[in-house]
Design a protein around this ligand. Structure first.
Ligand SMILES: Nc1ncnc2c1ncn2[C@@H]1O[C@H](COP(=O)(O)OP(=O)(O)OP(=O)(O)O)[C@@H](O)[C@H]1O
Ligand SMILES: [Mg+2]
Length: 372
């Protein structure tokens, strides 16, 4: 559908796009992501000939776009520019109908289309058609910017950080809407963002760019599993999956759990634990070494004044070393139906606990490691 072959582009001596090859299939949602200034906006502008390459060819539907009339080209391409760009002196209706008007659509056809689009994203035409952008929320304005790009029903839509300035909830909502519309309407979309969460969520394929070059172009899953190099790894940051790498217990445990020593008063220890909603006493000796656990529920009625922790029958529950495998720890937790697993270091000091909650939190990683 869109094909870049050895495309370069420069502002003066400044080479902005370097020898770029890129193929985008029909009906695909491709996200361009990379640091500020790496050439994302420039790449979009090359697609609709807002700027011209220095060398190389760009084809759309197997036709060199430089052999097309610019108006014909742009008729096929909707463009949502960075920072929305609604015209403040025009109503919502006028904003949406810019391209249909250029294309000289009859008025009633335009209006019908506008209403249809607004309904599609949950904006009541009766209420909003004749409003001015300033009287709409940020999210509503972003929707209008998007509808404007859809108005003349182009097969290709370019979106330059369309949800940039939105709060996370609205953004999330619009991402869902966009993805659904893209599938339902079978549009080809090129979407620029800075936000890896957004890219992973909506993209069929992601182009990771740096300094005018494509560093990696692949599905979100492949990028997460097999980042091409250190730059990509850094870029995907917290999303990185542990491909083949086995998590250690210390990476997933809750650190600094409360422990009590054998010579502490029992009543006080229990009340502390209760107030922190902890149901197991972690017991250590005078040198802070792990001794065992006692479940507090069973004790509450039996505590008498002056009792010490050392008066209890301490269970010597299993502990695991902080550098042992998290997966093994989970298996132990599940198999032995334990509430918690105590984690110790080389000195036998308690450094953390693993609970079933830590298990859920880390489940994704463990599952990934299993698959690979
Ligand atoms: N009109 C221009 N004249 C000269 N240089 C330009 C012009 N427009 C962009 N540049 C330069 O081209 C490079 C790429 O810009 P581009 O807008 O494509 O970056 P971007 O990846 O979209 O960045 P951002 O994430 O900040 O929007 C930048 O170094 C920018 O300074
Ligand atoms: Mg940009």
């Amino acid at each position: 559908m869109i094909e870049f072959t050895k495309v370069s582009m420069a502002y003066g001596d400044n080479l902005i796009i370097k020898d770029m090859d890129l193929h985008i299939k029909k009906g695909e949602l491709v996200v361009l992501i990379g640091p500020s200034g790496c050439g994302k906006t420039t790449s979009l502008q090359l697609m609709n000939r807002l700027i011209e390459p220095k060398s190389g060819t760009i084809e759309i539907n197997n036709k060199d776009i430089h052999e097309l009339n610019v108006t014909d080209l742009r008729r096929q391409i909707g463009y949502v520019i960075q920072e929305i760009g609604l015209f403040p002196h025009m109503t919502i209706r006028q904003n949406i109908e810019i391209v249909p008007k250029l294309l000289k659509w009859p008025k009633d056809k335009s209006l019908e289309r506008t209403k249809e689009l607004m309904n599609m994203v949950g904006l009541d035409p009766k209420e909003y058609l004749d409003r001015y952008p300033a009287k709409m929320s940020g999210g509503q304005q972003q929707r209008i910017g998007f509808l404007r790009a859809l108005a003349a029903d182009p097969p290709i839509i370019l979106l330059d950080e369309p949800f940039g300035a939105l709060d996370p909830m609205t953004r999330d909502l619009l991402q869902d809407e966009l993805k659904k519309l893209q599938k339902d309407l079978n549009k080809t979309m090129v979407f620029v963002t800075h936000d890896m969460d957004e890219a992973i969520k909506i993209a069929d394929r992601i182009v990771i760019m740096n300094e005018g070059k494509i560093v990696q172009y692949d599905t979100p899953e492949q990028i997460l599993l097999n980042p091409a190099n250190e730059f990509v790894e850094k870029f995907i940051g917290k999303h990185r999956l542990n491909n083949g790498h086995v998590n250690m217990v210390k990476e997933i445990m809750r650190s600094n759990p409360i422990s009590v020593s054998l010579d502490s008063g029992l009543a006080k220890a229990i009340s502390q634990m209760q107030s922190k909603r902890i149901s197991t006493l972690l017991i250590v000796d005078e040198n802070n070494r792990y001794v065992g656990t006692v479940g507090i529920e069973s004790l509450i009625d039996k505590v008498k004044a002056g009792m010490l922790v050392s008066d209890l029958e301490v269970e010597s529950t299993v502990s695991v070393h902080e550098e042992s495998s998290a997966k093994d720890a989970f298996e132990l937790l599940v198999k032995d139906k334990m509430d918690i697993l105590v984690v110790t270091n080389d000195d036998q000091h308690v450094v953390g606990i693993v609970t079933k909650t830590s298990m859920v939190t880390s489940l994704a990683n463990v599952v990934w490691s299993d698959d690979s």
